[in-house]
Ligand binder design. Structure first.
Ligand SMILES: [Zn+2]
Length: 124
């Protein structure tokens, strides 16, 4: 009886583990694309970095463990990533969503700070 329950638990755990490791058998190739990743700016250092997509912001920095990551927007004029403004800021603050230096409209696409790009394979 008890052994049966333990066995079931173990099976459930394996199933969870399996889905964490992105599926049994059909694991997606890491070279395929950067799906599931995006560019962030660490507001502590203002350095851009590529990290897994998360659902809540600010996101936890993988190195410091602090919640300093904001989604990044790219300025094609100064070729830099800037932290994206809050959604309510975009509506209320004039100039939000623009480059703080040259007022260029920030865009979501740009060269990724780790050298990879969404449309190209990850070079690492
Ligand atoms: Zn700019």
């Amino acid at each position: 009886m008890l052994a049966h329950i333990v066995a079931r638990c173990r099976l459930a755990w394996l199933t969870v583990l399996c889905s964490i490791l992105s599926g049994c058998g059909g694991a997606p190739s890491p070279n395929e694309s950067n799906t599931g990743r995006m560019v962030y700016v660490d507001t502590a250092t203002m350095q851009p970095l590529v990290h897994d997509v998360v659902t809540s912001f600010p996101a936890v920095h993988p190195q410091t463990g602090k919640r300093t990551l904001r989604p990044a927007l790219y300025c094609p004029t100064c070729k830099k990533w800037y932290p994206a403004p809050d959604v309510d800021q975009v509506n209320r603050v004039p100039g939000a969503g623009q480059c703080p230096k040259d007022k260029t409209a920030l865009v979501a696409d740009g060269p990724w700070p780790d050298g990879s790009e969404p449309s190209r394979k990850n070079g690492k």
